[in-house]
Design a protein around this ligand. Sequence first.
Ligand code: FE2
Length: 157
Amino acid sequence: MTEFKRQVLPDEKNKDVVETLQARLVDLLDLSLQLKQAHWCVVGHNFRTVHLQLDEIIDDVRMGSDEVAERISTLGLAPDGRASTVAETSSLSKMDAKFFSASHTVTIVADLLQTTVNGLRESIEKLGDLDPISEDMLIAITAGLEKHLWMVQSQEE
Ligand SMILES: [Fe+2]
């Protein structure tokens, strides 16, 4: 059951769509936090390029997470972006809290982006039959992240 009197999707589809979006929400939130971690801890040659590039990616990831969360609200259920939920349910691996060279940072970030994109693509497949509006939203977010993945992994030595 949704929180609202008027709902845009029938109950039998709504649950699956919201579950799928919730899984992507926590990945995007985790990604934005770990990218900040990487932004603070990059050192060495190319520091400035990677440091600044990470903030550009973070802006897009945060915008994406906001869209996904608000889509869940639109569907009549409460999104869960609490830190504890993110920690318990994210599908991303956890980077170490230490300084990394710019070249190693690039590899860590490319791997995190890849995992996030894989999850998004799986969800896009799933949503195809359930909700084209949510599907379309994830497609747009994924296109942006895949472009970032290109620009990050192109720097790998
Ligand atoms: Fe900063």
